[in-house]
Design a protein around this ligand. Structure first.
Ligand code: BG6
Length: 490
């Protein structure tokens, strides 16, 4: 395993410090990085939220969350005793302008340190918190601000947030999170495409028939139903995670890994997406909502039951057929699908190559299957290439699809760090490569808005799918019409 490099002393202020994201993801991620000795000297983690809590009471919460969210055997009392010394707490109410003086007192004298404000709050607070930091002279040259998704709920609201934050921080200081960019396997996509000669000559319309991206979840919306019911799958997942994956698959090779080199290529893809206006949404999009069903043998309620019978047209599943209007990808469909309460947690990108132009094996038992490259994001991270091989033995040429299957875990044999561990470290180091630039976020919203407007204009209602399936029939038909198919699809 590569040697871990410590980060310089920092003050990390987590706004929304008692919330779900902080407790479930950020604190455990910081615990792991501290355990691996990556935090120098007296680096501090300062929890900030509206709750009036003493430091001791906050520490109790943090300890309880570590015990709950760390994997078996990862909690260590000695490590906790060291970690807790880094943790402080202040009560700040950004909307009502109170508590800033206490935060200022805690930060006073530490102006030279890296100072990172992590906003794990509702997006409506991004502007007020940025202003609070600026007004109270807490923004230093070594300051950065990290914004959690969602950055707004459409193009206009995202622009307003970016403007408000932009008045207090320069663009180079703003780190917008899409946690999929911190996933090891998503980064492996770059390694696969640009660290191997093999794929690039084939990575284009001449050799590729279609591409599909699936991000399936077996879980429902849990405790976030209020947010989710306003958002839906298109805004919650496609605007960010799925479009980012699409960009990494479809972008031109960047000249380096420099953050702007990669982001410049990604934005070109977003801008080349053919807008799905009212004329196209019906044939190119599917929106659906889960009805009661069963997952892993256990019965699960329908979405409306979870809303206690309140009527809702929010989609918990979406499938799209997208086209990229450029030379490389002209006429190559990119199918995207994501949903809650599907059969299994399963995220994968599959590149379907074209069939051979002429078969020299006319009498064989099976059809020749086109090659497929599957990039498995989670679980079972790895790469699987399906090729045709001859069945052993006499009896002529019987070709059969076989898989070259590489599991990263078996190959490297190490624990995969959570995406937040990587992203927090990059933010602490000041490396923006894995974060989204303002123009990317806005271009993604602009595209997503066109779909929403199309849905409104055409009155496209949600279809129904049974929880525990791979989505509605309409999703299979979306591909079927072109002779394509989802994997997995049953
Ligand atoms: C979040 C969405 O961004 O990603 C959630 O808001 C979703 O609804 C989650 O469950 C999925 O992340 P992961 O890492 O579990 O695939």
């Amino acid at each position: 395993m590569a040697k871990l490099i410590p980060v310089e002393e920092f003050d990390l202020i987590i706004f929304g410090a008692t919330g779900d994201l902080a407790m479930r993801k950020l604190i455990p991620a910081l615990y792991h990085r501290d355990r691996d000795a990556q935090f120098e000297g007296k680096s501090r983690i300062i929890g900030a939220s509206r709750s009036k809590l003493s430091r001791e009471a906050y520490l109790d919460k943090v300890k309880a969350c570590l015990r709950e969210y760390l994997a078996d055997g990862e909690y260590d009392e000695g490590q906790w005793q060291a970690f807790r010394k880094r943790i402080h707490y202040v009560s700040v109410d950004a909307a009502n302008h109170s508590g800033w003086d206490k935060l200022a007192a805690l930060l006073s004298g530490q102006e030279a340190r890296n100072r990172i404000a992590y906003l794990a709050t509702a997006p409506s607070l991004f502007g007020p918190i940025a202003q609070g930091l600026r007004k109270n002279d807490l923004v230093t040259p070594a300051s950065r601000i990290v914004l959690e998704k969602p950055i707004g709920h459409d193009f206009e609201s995202a622009k307003k947030i970016n403007d408000a934050v932009g008045k207090c921080f320069s663009e180079g200081q703003v780190f917008r999170i899409d946690h999929y960019l911190g996933k090891e396997t998503v980064q492996n996509l770059l390694a696969l495409r640009f660290g191997n000669f093999l794929f690039e000559p084939l990575w284009r319309r001449d050799a590729i028939d279609y591409v599909q991206i699936t991000v399936a979840e077996d879980l429902g919306v849990g405790g976030r139903i209020d947010y989710y019911n306003r958002s839906g799958a298109l805004r919650d997942m496609v605007q960010n995670h799925l479009l980012q994956l699409l960009c990494l698959v479809a972008m031109e090779p960047p000249s380096s890994l420099h953050h702007d080199a990669v982001r410049d290529e990604k934005i070109k893809v977003l801008r080349a997406l053919r807008p799905l206006d009212a004329a196209l949404v019906r044939s190119h999009t599917v929106r659906a909502q889960y009805a009661a069903g069963a997952i892993g043998g256990e019965p699960v309620p329908g979405y409306l039951d979870e809303l206690d019978g309140v009527d809702s047209d929010t989609e918990t599943f979406v499938a799209l057929k997208l086209e990229i209007d450029n030379w490389r990808w002209s006429n190559v469909p990119f199918y995207l699908r994501t949903g809650k309460r599907l059969k299994a947690k399963h995220s994968e990108i599959i590149v379907h190559f074209k069939e051979v132009p002429h078969s020299i094996f006319p009498e064989q038992k099976y059809d020749l299957t086109a090659n497929r490259l599957a990039i498995k994001l989670q679980p079972d991270e790895g790469v699987k290439l399906t090729v045709m091989a001859k069945e052993p033995g006499p009896g002529g040429f019987n070709l059969h699809p076989v898989s070259l299957d590489l599991s990263f875990e078996e190959t490297f044999g190490v624990r995969y760090p959570d995406a937040y561990e990587r992203l927090l470290m990059e933010a602490l180091r000041g490396n923006p490569a894995l974060f989204m630039r303002r123009d990317e976020v806005e271009a993604a919203w602009y595209f997503i808005d066109s779909i929403h407007e199309g849905w409104l204009e055409t009155g496209q209602k949600v279809e129904s799918y049974v929880a525990g399936s791979w989505g509605p029939t309409a999703s299979s038909l979306l591909l079927d019409r072109a002779g394509h198919a989802w994997h997995p699809d049953s």
